[in-house]
Design a protein around this ligand. Structure first.
Ligand SMILES: Cc1cc2nc3c(=O)[nH]c(=O)nc-3n(C[C@H](O)[C@H](O)[C@H](O)COP(=O)(O)OP(=O)(O)OC[C@H]3O[C@@H](n4cnc5c(N)ncnc54)[C@H](O)[C@@H]3O)c2cc1C
Ligand SMILES: NC(=O)C1=CN([C@@H]2O[C@H](COP(=O)(O)OP(=O)(O)OC[C@H]3O[C@@H](n4cnc5c(N)ncnc54)[C@H](OP(=O)(O)O)[C@@H]3O)[C@@H](O)[C@H]2O)C=CC1
Length: 485
C-alpha cells in the first residue's frame, strides 16, 4: 500500500483540526499539509469578537473541497487513523495506506463518557449520528430520563417539547457546570415556562423590567434561598450550534419537566417496583433516592472522554487523569514532533491564574490555531510566546434561552472559600455575579444582555483594586467605566 509524505499532518476534521490546518496553510502556504478526517464533512468556524478574549462562534459543516479550495497547500484524506509509528514518523490509516510526516497534530476530539450501565436504552450525544438516533427515538417517546447537569443536559431539557423529561442531577441546583445555585434559581422560571419562550435567536422580548436586587456573600457563607449563589461506527465531529434545531421531532408525551436533585442513577431494572405506576415502559431506572422511574430511553449527558486510542500503543504519549493527551505550553506531547489540540488534549503547563480548560468550541479553535503557530515556529526555529488567549477563561454561549458570558474564575474555581461574590439580579432579565478576592475581580458570570463583559474582562486582566467602589461595582446607577477612564 502507498505511503504519502507531508510536512504537516493533522488528524481530525473538527474545530481544532480544521483551525490548525487553516492556520498552517496561512503560515506556510508552500508546504505540504495533510488533514486526515474520519468523516467526509469538516467543521469550519467564524469567530465574532465579543471582547478581546471572548468570541461567539458560528460553526458550519463544509465539504473537504470547500476547505481545500481556500487553503493553499492543504490536502484532505478521508480515513481513520489506526496506529502511530512515532519512531519512524508514520501514521497508519484504515484504508491500508500511511502518511509519513514531519510534524503531526492530534485533534481527534472526544466521545461521550458513558458511566451508566451499558444498555441499548442508554445513548450519548456527540455527532450527527447520535442526534439522528435521538430524533428517531423521540418520535414515539412519552418520557425521557436525562442524566448529567452540564451543557448538553441543560440544552436538551430546555429544548425538548411534548415529551416528559425526568432530569437526574447529582447537584442541588440545575446547570451546575456553568452556573451557581443563585443563577440556577434565576433560570428555573425559564425552564418551567419553556413552551412560552421565544426561540433562542430572538429571545429579546420587550418586557417591563422588574426592580433589580443586589447582594454580597462570602464563599464560606452557607447559600441562601434568595440566590446567594456517514458511518455510525466512525467518530464524527462534535456538533455545531444548530444541533438543537435538528431536533424537529417532538415526542408523544405532555412536556413536563421533573428535576431530581442530589440523585444519581443506580441501576436499570426490568420490572417496576412502584405499584402506583400502571404504565409499561421499555426501561426502568432505579435512582439513589430509592425511586424507580420508567421511561422510553435515557440520555447520558455525562461529559467527554478524549479519543486517543490509535496513538497511545507503543508511543511515549502521556495521558492526564481525564484521559487527554498531555501537552506543554507549545502544544507538544511527550513524543517528538507530535502535538495535540482541542478536546483530545489536556494542558500540562503552569496555568495562568484566570484560565482553565473546559472542552468547548472556543478552546478547540484557540488550541488548533495556536498549535499550528507552534508547529511552524518549532520547524523554522523561531521563538513564539504563548498565545494571549490562555491568559483568561472566556466563554460565550446561551443557557436556557439566555445569553451567558463566563469570564475568569466565574464560579470561584481554585479559590476555595476565599472569595466574596457580588450579585445583581433583575428577575427574568439579568443575573450578574462578580467574584472578588482582596478587592480584585477574579471572575464574572453574566446572564442576559448585561453589556458588562468588556468592563469585567479588563478588571480581571488588569487586577485593578476596586475595593473603594464597594457594592457600587454592580450598581445599575453607576457607570463603572467612568471610574477607569
Ligand atoms: C451536543 C454538543 C453540543 C455542544 N455545544 C457546545 C456549545 O454550545 N458551545 C461550546 O463551546 N461547545 C459545545 N460543545 C463542545 C464542542 O463541540 C467541542 O468542545 C469541540 O467541538 C471539540 O472540537 P475538537 O475539534 O477538539 O473535536 P471534535 O469536534 O470531536 O472533532 C474530532 C474529529 O476527529 C475525527 N476523528 C476522531 N478519531 C479519529 C481517528 N482515529 N482518525 C481520524 N479522524 C478521527 C472525528 O471524525 C472528528 O472530525 C458541544 C458538544 C456537543 C457534543
Ligand atoms: N453551551 C455550551 O457551551 C455547551 C457546551 N457543551 C460541552 O460539550 C461537552 C459535553 O457536554 P456534557 O456531556 O453536558 O458534559 P459536561 O462536562 O458539561 O457535564 C457533564 C455532567 O455530567 C455529570 N456526571 C458525570 N458523571 C456522572 C455520573 N456518573 N452520574 C451522574 N452525573 C454525572 C457531571 O457532574 P459532576 O460535575 O458532578 O461530575 C456534569 O454535570 C462538554 O465539554 C461541554 O462543556 C455541551 C453543550 C453545550
Amino acid at each position: 500500500m502507498t505511503t504519502d509524505t507531508c510536512t504537516y499532518l493533522i488528524v481530525g476534521g473538527g474545530i481544532a483540526g480544521v483551525s490548525c490546518a487553516q492556520q498552517l496553510s496561512f503560515e506556510e502556504p508552500s508546504e505540504d499539509i495533510v488533514l486526515v478526517s474520519a468523516g467526509s464533512m469538516v467543521l469550519q468556524t467564524t469567530a465574532v469578537q465579543v471582547t478581546r478574549l471572548a468570541h461567539e462562534l458560528q460553526v458550519q459543516e463544509v465539504s473537504g473541497h470547500q476547505l481545500t479550495d481556500l487553503c493553499p497547500g492543504l490536502r484532505l484524506k478521508q480515513a481513520t487513523a489506526t496506529r502511530l509509528d512515532a519512531k519512524d514518523k508514520v501514521l497508519h490509516l484504515s484504508d491500508g495506506s500511511s502518511v509519513r510526516y514531519g510534524r503531526l497534530c492530534i485533534c481527534t476530539g472526544g466521545r461521550p463518557r458513558l458511566p451508566l450501565p451499558d444498555h441499548p436504552a442508554v445513548i450519548g450525544i456527540r455527532d450527527g449520528h447520535s442526534v439522528d438516533e435521538l430524533v428517531r427515538r423521540l418520535g414515539p417517546a412519552r418520557r425521557v430520563l436525562i442524566v448529567g447537569n452540564g451543557g448538553i443536559a441543560s440544552e436538551l431539557v430546555f429544548t425538548l417539547k411534548d415529551v416528559d423529561v425526568t432530569w437526574v442531577i447529582r447537584d442541588g441546583s440545575i446547570s451546575a457546570t456553568f452556573v451557581d445555585p443563585g443563577a440556577a434559581e434565576f433560570l428555573l422560571p425559564r425552564l418551567e415556562s419553556r413552551d412560552q419562550q421565544p426561540a433562542a435567536a430572538d429571545a429579546t422580548v420587550a418586557v417591563p423590567a422588574p426592580p433589580s436586587k443586589r447582594w454580597r456573600y462570602h464563599a464560606s457563607d452557607p447559600p441562601s434561598s434568595e440566590g446567594g449563589q456517514g458511518d455510525p461506527s466512525v467518530p464524527g465531529s462534535a456538533l455545531g450550534p444548530d444541533w438543537l434545531q435538528r431536533l424537529q421531532a417532538r415526542g408523544a408525551g405532555k412536556g413536563r419537566v421533573t428535576v431530581k436533585y442530589k440523585t444519581e442513577l443506580r441501576r436499570l431494572v426490568n420490572r417496576p417496583n412502584d405499584p402506583n405506576d400502571s404504565e409499561q415502559w421499555p426501561v426502568y431506572a432505579e435512582l439513589t433516592s430509592g425511586e424507580t422511574i420508567g421511561c422510553d430511553f435515557i440520555v447520558s449527558a455525562t461529559g467527554v472522554l478524549p479519543n486517543t486510542e490509535p496513538f497511545t500503543e507503543g508511543t511515549s504519549l502521556r495521558l492526564a487523569a481525564d484521559g487527554g493527551i498531555l501537552v506543554d505550553d507549545h502544544m507538544r506531547t511527550h513524543e517528538t514532533d507530535v502535538y495535540a489540540a482541542g478536546d483530545a488534549c489536556s494542558p500540562d503547563w503552569e496555568l495562568a491564574p484566570h484560565w482553565f480548560q473546559m472542552r468547548l468550541w472556543s478552546q478547540a479553535r484557540q488550541m488548533g490555531l495556536y498549535a499550528a503557530k507552534c508547529m511552524s515556529a518549532d520547524r523554522l526555529g523561531v521563538p513564539l510566546l504563548q498565545d494571549f488567549c490562555f491568559e483568561m477563561f472566556a466563554h460565550v454561549t446561551r443557557l436556557l434561552g439566555h445569553k451567558l458570558i463566563l469570564l475568569g474564575l466565574f464560579n470561584g474555581q481554585r479559590l476555595g472559600t476565599d472569595y466574596t461574590a457580588l450579585i445583581r439580579m433583575t428577575p427574568g432579565v439579568e443575573f450578574i455575579k462578580v467574584v472578588l478576592r482582596d478587592g480584585k475581580v477574579q471572575g464574572a458570570l453574566l446572564l442576559g444582555d448585561t453589556d458588562l463583559e468588556e468592563t469585567f474582562e479588563n478588571l480581571i486582566l488588569s487586577q485593578m483594586d476596586v475595593s473603594h467602589l464597594g457594592d457600587d461595582l454592580l450598581s445599575p446607577d453607576v457607570d463603572i467605566e467612568d471610574y477607569f477612564d
